[in-house]
Design a protein around this ligand. Structure first.
Ligand SMILES: [Zn+2]
Length: 289
């Protein structure tokens, strides 16, 4: 009997220890930022996990497999994504978001206000997506330069593009460009904007802090990421989200320019998912391969 009692107490102590360590682990994770550049093939999908289960998803890639990839990153009990950013209604950015809306509760969706379209298909995707967000009770916010969206004292988005009343036809150039800050860390997300927009991104009154990580525009297309842009932004790390394609993405000249300026470059087609973890001061890039 005494022996059984002893075993019982040992078991209780053991499970208590496991429980405490789980809490310690969860709490330490709770103060870190994780940014996942998901490997969705030719397309973009970036999951930002801030402390206390605040998630922002930028684009959903070309297919429904984004749901599976996100499930691996999010806590299983968390069924809510606080904000989705649709940079622009191109298939390789918007398609996966329909499956996201079917799977998760999405509080708000930030997207560009587009009135001119360069293809009927994009217009239909855009309108259908907005309708679906509204049907599911999500709030639609039209992103425009100068907007700030805060998630806590030290984590916030500043929208740099598009400007209000943009009257161009090329839908890539409506892409939401956002600067996400977490403590002293700054990430620049550029959607698929082209070289034409790059000089307009940073108005004179915008004091640009050091940018640690930039998501290279348009899967490394040679029509984006001018040398001017690289010099102006001068990031430490560049991420190219790209898969098999017939467009020549990423372009040789973009890769060469990044190398020329000593920017550490990762690409999802070679590195798989690229995870960045940060405490707000330091960061670590963890490629899947
Ligand atoms: Zn794209």
């Amino acid at each position: 009997m005494k022996r059984k009692l002893r075993i019982f107490f040992i078991l209780v102590l053991l499970s208590l220890a496991v429980f405490i360590w789980q809490r310690v682990f969860a709490t330490s994770r709770d103060s870190l930022l994780e940014v996942n550049f998901l490997n969705v093939g030719q397309g973009d999908s970036i999951l930002i996990e801030m402390p206390y289960q605040n998630q922002v998803l930028i684009d959903g890639g070309p297919g429904s497999d984004v749901v599976e990839k996100i499930a691996k990153e999010m806590p299983f009990f968390d069924r809510k994504i606080e904000m989705v950013i649709l940079t622009h209604p191109d298939r390789d950015h918007i398609s996966g978001l329909f499956s996201i809306l079917d799977t998760y509760k999405v509080d708000k969706v930030l997207l560009p206000n587009i009135r001119y379209f360069d293809s009927e298909k994009r217009k239909v995707l855009y309108e259908t997506f907005k309708r679906k967000v509204r049907e599911q009770g999500g709030k639609i916010i039209f992103g425009k330069r100068g907007q700030r969206i805060s998630f806590s004292e030290n984590s916030r988005f500043l929208i740099l593009w598009p400007i209000d009343n943009l009257k161009i036809k090329k839908n890539n150039d409506y892409s939401i460009v956002s600067l996400f800050s977490f403590g002293n860390m700054d990430f620049l997300f550029t959607g698929d904007i082209s070289k034409r927009i790059e000089p307009q991104l940073f108005p004179g009154n915008l004091e640009l802090k050091k940018i640690e990580v930039v998501k290279i525009a348009h899967h490394g297309s040679r029509y984006s990421t001018s040398e001017f842009f690289i010099k102006r932004v001068s990031p430490e790390t560049a991420i190219i989200s790209v898969g098999e394609n017939n467009y020549g993405h990423p372009a040789r000249e973009v890769l060469d320019n990044l190398r020329k300026y000593g920017i550490k470059t990762f690409r999802t087609d070679e590195n798989g998912k690229i995870k960045i973890i940060s405490d707000g001061n330091f960061y670590e890039v963890i490629p899947e391969r």
